[in-house]
Structures are given as C-alpha cells and as structure tokens.
Design a protein around this ligand. Structure first.
Ligand code: HEC
Length: 453
C-alpha cells in the first residue's frame, strides 16, 4: 500500500491525493518544468499541513497537478509536470567510494565498440570534463537519476529538507517560510548536538542517516544458472554493458566511525553496479525537459542495475513494471542506446534471453532485510544510526507531511530502508544495546559483515 495515500489526510489534513499516486503504484515526486513562464525544474510539495491538528493557523494551498493522465504510468497528464521515483540505496556506499579517476578511465574503455554503437558517455561538464561535475568542488557527481548529487551526505541533506521538510545544516532555510507554518521550530531543525551522549548521538540526523545508507550492502545476485550465464554474455554482446559497466573498483575509503582506518567494506572492492555513472542522451521518449548540473533535458545517469530483480517500478518516473518494456523504452529519437536496443530486439528470443534473466533473479528482498537485521543484532552501530529516522518522525512529523514525503529518500525510507528500520526498532527496544565509544571499532567490523550474504 502506497503510504502517501494516508499522508494526504493524516491528523486532519485535507489534501487531495494527486492523480499520479495510487495505492498500488510507486511513490513519485513531482517537478514542474516551468513555473510562471520561466524554467523551474524543482520538486514541488505534494501536500500541505493546513488542516492538521498540529498545524495551528497555517493556511497554505496544495499545488495543482491537473490535468490528470494515466495514474499508473504517469504519462499523458499535465505536460508541465514530470516525475521521479526514488533510487535504491543498497550499495550506495560503494558507489560513493569509486574514485573519479576510475570513472574517467572507464569512459575510454571499449572506445571502438562505444563509437560503433553510438554510445558517447557525455560531454556535460560544468567545468570542462565529460561527466556531471559538482558545481561546488569540480569533482564528479553520481547520485540521483541525473547523477546530480555529490555524496550520500548531500543526498540525505537534500532529502531531509525537500522530501521530508526537515531543514538541516546543509540546507538551513525552510522551503516554505510562511510564518504560521513553522510549527514553532527554529531553523535549521536538525543539527549536531555536542552535549549528547553516547558519542554517536552527537551526530546530526542527516549525518547518521548518511552513515546508515553508506553501509547498506548491495543485494547479492542469485546463484548463476545456464540461463543467466547466457544472459550475461548477451548483455555484453548487444552492448548493454557499454553503458551498464558491470564493475568499477572502489578506492580506499574512510567510513564514519574512524578517522584513520579505512573501511573494510568499502575499500578496494569491486562494485558490481552495472553503471558507468555517466549521463547519456536517452532520446525524446525518456526526456523530462529538466537540466540538473550539466545533465540536460534528455540525459540520465545509467541506472545501476544491481538489485534490479527486486524492483517493482522501472525508469526515472516509474512508468512501467515490465523490465522488457523498460529496456525497449531506451529507444527513441536522439537516444544513444538506439543501436544497442536494435540489437537487443534482433535477438530471436529477446524477452526470454538473459537481459531480463540476467538482471531479474536476485536474492529475495527478505534476504536483504535479514542481512540488515543481522547488522543490527550484531552491530550496535546499525541501531544507533536508526535513531534519526525514528526521532525525525516524532519531532518533525507535521513538517514531513507538508513537504509531501515524495522523493527518492523518503521512498527509500518507506519502501526499503523503513521496512528495515522498522525491523530494527524491536531489537532496539528489547535490548537497547548501547554504542558509546565502541562505535569506531564497530564501524570497522561492520565492513566485514557487509560482505556476508
Ligand atoms: C546509452 C546508454 C545505455 C545503454 C546502451 C543501455 N542502457 Fe539501460 N539505462 C540507461 C539509462 C540512462 C537508464 C535510466 C533511464 C531513465 O530512467 O529514464 C537505464 C535504465 C535501465 C533499466 C531500468 C533500471 C531502473 O532502475 O529503473 C534497465 C532494466 C536497463 N537500463 C537495462 C538495459 C539493458 C538490458 C540494455 C541492453 C539491451 C541497456 N539497458 C542498454 C542507459 C543505457
């Protein structure tokens, strides 16, 4: 059940459920291509808190998302509104630990095959490179559907403010500063707290949440079969891997918890992500008209395919649940993938071959949850980094409602991480094992756990 439906009217709120949110459809956030005639591109709140018992005299209006289109695919409605679903977080810590030099070296790998297939990798730099670069420090950005976010801390900070309405040290201002709608809280809502103990409680919520996501292991592939091995070969033969690079190595990475000891889980590991982390022109069929950083209107980051077998909705706006459809949708005028998809379609048994089989059958989600739970049972760190979400819910519930809870992280929270976090809570309540000064040591050890299963 899509949790956004309940948010619409929680505690007396009077929001209409937007047409593109359905009980069995994906969580979506809405961006407006233009507002008042000028380019916009930003996320608009789905809901407002007006009417809620805890909203006082707050009186603001819910945005208008009409005209409605197809509720499941989100296509065909108001053409000024475009959608994104959340990106998965499992394995994100490894993605963060890939050096820029590795991404750049991979641009030049298989150059002849890429040139022959028309796959370019992208010249979209703010500062003269050929990947999406951070406007802040000129390094490569890599999270989000357009690779627009630099780091997991940035991703968490943005999601806290944009998707949950919790201003923080990275994003100190409220997105809506209407005086009666601040719930009496000073800004930023979330900061670090030097007088807290144990030591981990000093962390701000966004830091703790970033730490949590950093250590979510990627899903392990199901054991290989003849079919998946064939699929893997075809995946390379037809050229999927020209964009969906099977493996990039991480560098040496320090995880939070120790200032000096590299994380075993994150350092010098193969990240089997099936992405080059570049943005590519994907044609008129997928274009959303939005520019972010140096990713233009029809450009998207090669979606990492690890764990894709556990996904229900595909492509940036969740337009389909059919993986073969998702592959065929790569082709449209202007797409760098056109030739590859032509080769894919030319395979005699296209829908059956491993394209679907290779990426589809992965370890069941319950394994991932079990694995995450094992972290918690064995590693108090996991418990401790769960604190922010639980506390955030209590502290900032109404703010979260105002801003809609509609984005990538909140879907991460509701659909995946929250399931996991909910599983953590009983452990916390039962045992309440403390963290304290052990945190540093634990963070090193958690690394090894991440490779289990
Ligand atoms: C030119 C680069 C490129 C090539 C070639 C390519 N892809 Fe993709 N792929 C992408 C991009 C970019 C996205 C994200 C598009 C979006 O969300 O709008 C994507 C998304 C996907 C998705 C959906 C993942 C998700 O998280 O929703 C699947 C599945 C997929 N690709 C499989 C394939 C297969 C199989 C092939 C080969 C037949 C292939 N791709 C070839 C760039 C490419």
């Amino acid at each position: 059940m899509n949790p956004l439906i309940a948010v619409a009217t929680a505690d007396g709120a009077t929001n209409a459920v937007p047409w593109f949110i359905t009980s069995n459809g994906p969580i979506r956030e809405a961006r407006f291509v233009k507002s008042n005639g000028v380019a916009d591109g930003s996320v608009h709140a789905l809901f407002v808190i007006t009417g809620r018992a805890d909203a006082g005299r707050c009186d603001i209006s819910q945005p208008d998302f009409l005209a409605a289109g197809d509720a499941m695919t989100a296509q065909g409605g108001n053409s000024n509104i475009v959608f994104r679903i959340p990106t998965p977080l499992f394995g994100a810590g490894l993605i963060e630990a890939i050096p820029d030099a590795t991404i750049l070296a991979n641009v030049n790998a298989n150059a002849t095959a890429k040139a022959r297939a028309g796959v370019r990798g992208h010249a979209n730099a703010v500062q003269g490179g050929n990947v999406n670069l951070s406007a802040n420090d000129g390094t490569i950005t890599r999270f989000g559907w357009k690779a627009q976010n630099k780091s997991l801390l940035m991703f968490a900070g943005e999601a806290y403010n944009v998707e949950m309405g919790v201003s923080n040290q990275l994003f100190p201002q409220e997105r809506d500063e209407t005086p009666n709608c601040q719930g009496g809280s000073a800004t930023p809502n979330d900061t670090s707290n030097f007088s807290a103990s144990p030591a981990t409680a000093v962390l701000s919520d966004i830091e703790a949440f970033a730490n949590f996501t950093r250590l979510l292991a990627p899903l392990a592939p199901a054991p290989a079969t003849a079919s998946t091995q064939n699929g893997e070969a075809q995946f390379k033969n037809v050229g999927c891997s020209l964009c969906h690079t099977p493996t990039l190595m991480t560098g040496t990475a320090i995880a939070s918890g120790s200032a000096t000891v590299p994380s075993v889980a994150l350092s010098n590991r193969p990240a089997n992500l099936y992405s080059d982390l570049l943005v590519h022109h994907m044609g008129t069929g997928l274009a959303d008209g939005i520019t972010q950083g140096s990713a233009g209107p029809d450009e998207f980051r090669t979606a990492p395919l690890w764990g894709v077998g556990q996904r229900v909705y595909f492509l940036h706006d969740g337009r389909t649940s059919d993986i073969v459809q998702a592959i065929e949708d790569h082709a449209s005028p202007g797409s760098e993938a056109n030739q590859v998809i032509q080769s894919f379609n030319a395979l005699s048994d296209a829908p059956q071959w491993g394209g679907a089989k290779l990426v589809r059958p992965r370890a069941p989600l319950s394994d991932a949850i079990r694995q995450a739970r094992a972290h918690v049972v064995h590693q108090q760190v996991g418990v401790e980094v769960c604190r922010p979400v639980r506390e955030s819910r209590a502290r900032y519930g109404s703010r979260a409602a105002r801003d809609g809870g509609a984005g990538h992280q909140s879907r991460g929270v509701t659909e995946r991480a929250a399931d996991i976090l909910e599983l953590h809570l009983p452990v916390l309540r039962r045992g309440g094992r403390g963290c304290g000064g052990e945190w540093g040591e634990q963070a090193g050890e958690i690394g090894e756990r991440l490779d289990v299963g």
